[in-house]
Design a binder for this molecule. Structure first.
Ligand code: NAD
Ligand code: ZN
Length: 350
């Protein structure tokens, strides 16, 4: 088969690789019909995630068709169309039992975040992929949901919702600031409304992204490059600060921005993947009673979010802006990485 392989910082190639094979009895082999690129793939390519070694097949999002099932797989069959969750989880280890799928211990020796595709196991930017613990990691796509909608449920919709909105504790009427209106930030904006957030402020450097944010439910937008960006945000809260600040970029500056606009007693939910240390001024924060949360997506809300996508209550399809073939991965990455010029949100490869 052909696959997109990581060859160290800045290097990748679409090349011939061995076909994946069933290893464990709970495995499934999926033909990848549709995949996409995530901000995290860009971090990996920059070398920000050193655990990813040369030779790894990239990608952790995908929709495909089951080609082969292991002997212990009872609820999935050859021919099923499925969402490939970015997180693999056995469903029965101590961490899975508390719904912390992102830290599944598994029983094949790999543990913790090793189960993210394109990280310590081969990924979905390939013609075929092996899915361990398939019954807990694949979701059948109902008729009426397109591949382009379904692929947004592999990672970005559950990420924005679980790590941004749920960890951020969004409540009815809250003022929520989402810093970074990339696909993950837009997913947080779109799902903050599910909990009845009153005001949703999108903050980004890029004017295009802010225009797009309004289509996903942002009530107000602020250009983060503006000298008075903070005053603009505080003015929308009568000076009090926001109830929940969601960081969806992954650089120290935006984490600091989140801390700067949250009200005393408010919540900062860090979603971004950080490649370098972030300063945490506990000497100032403790007296503000600020709660800070962070983490890797678990994807256990995927079935619920899938229902809402099927009912057109989350505009998942709008996230797909550009389309490429599998042999155009280089162009697809380039388009995604130059989003400020191309206006790309998610680039879909099929
Ligand atoms: P993206 O790169 O497409 O979007 C980032 C956005 O941030 C862009 O719109 C950019 O203009 C904006 N931005 C950059 N600098 C800014 C600044 N100083 N102020 C305001 N906005 C700024 O990325 P994405 O795919 O939307 O992902 C966002 C982050 O979420 C990434 O760090 C990604 O790695 C992370 N992520 C985390 C998880 C998780 O499990 N926690 C899962 C998936 C993605
Ligand atoms: Zn991702």
């Amino acid at each position: 088969m052909k696959a997109l392989v990581y060859h160290g910082p800045g290097k990748k190639s679409w090349q011939e690789m061995p076909d994946p094979k069933i290893v464990g009895s709970a495995d499934v082999i999926v033909r990848v019909d549709t995949t996409t690129i995530c901000g995290t793939d860009l971090h990996i390519l920059k070398g920000d995630v050193p655990a990813v070694q040369e030779g790894r097949i990239l990608g952790h999002e995908g929709v495909g068709t089951i080609m082969e099932v292991g002997s212990a797989v009872a609820t999935l069959a050859v021919g099923d169309r499925v969402i490939i969750s970015c997180i693999k989880s056995c469903g029965h280890c101590v961490n899975c039992k508390i719904d912390l799928y992102s830290h599944c211990l598994g029983d094949e020796g790999a543990s913790g975040i090793g189960w993210v595709f394109g990280h310590l196991i081969d990924g979905t930017q390939a013609e075929y992929v092996r899915v361990p613990y398939a019954e807990n990691s694949l979701y059948k796509v109902p008729a009426g949901v397109t591949d382009e909608e379904a692929v947004m449920l592999s990672d970005i919709l559950p990420t924005g919702f679980e790590i941004g909105v749920q960890y951020g504790g969004v409540k009815p009427g809250d003022v929520v600031a989402v810093i970074g209106a990339g696909p993950v930030g837009l997913a947080a904006i779109a799902t903050a409304g599910l909990y009845g957030a009153g005001t949703i402020i999108a903050i980004d450097l890029d004017q295009n992204r802010l225009e797009q944010a309004r289509q996903f439910g942002a009530t107000d937008v602020v250009v983060s490059g503006a000298a008075d960006w903070k005053q603009q945000v505080l003015a929308l809260t009568d000076g009090a600060g926001v109830d929940v600040a969601i960081e969806a970029v992954g650089v120290p500056e935006t984490f600091t921005m989140a801390i700067e606009v949250v009200r005393p007693g408010g919540n900062v939910a860090n979603v971004g993947v950080h490649g370098k240390p972030v300063e945490l001024h506990l000497e100032n924060l403790w007296i503000q009673n600020i709660n800070i949360s962070m983490g890797l997506v678990n994807t256990n809300t995927t079935p619920m979010l899938l229902k809402l996508v099927a009912q057109h209550k989350i505009p998942a399809g709008k996230l797909a802006t550009h389309r490429f073939r599998f042999d155009q991965f280089v162009e697809a990455y380039d388009t995604f990485a130059r989003a400020a010029e191309t206006r790309a949100l998610k680039v879909v490869i099929s």
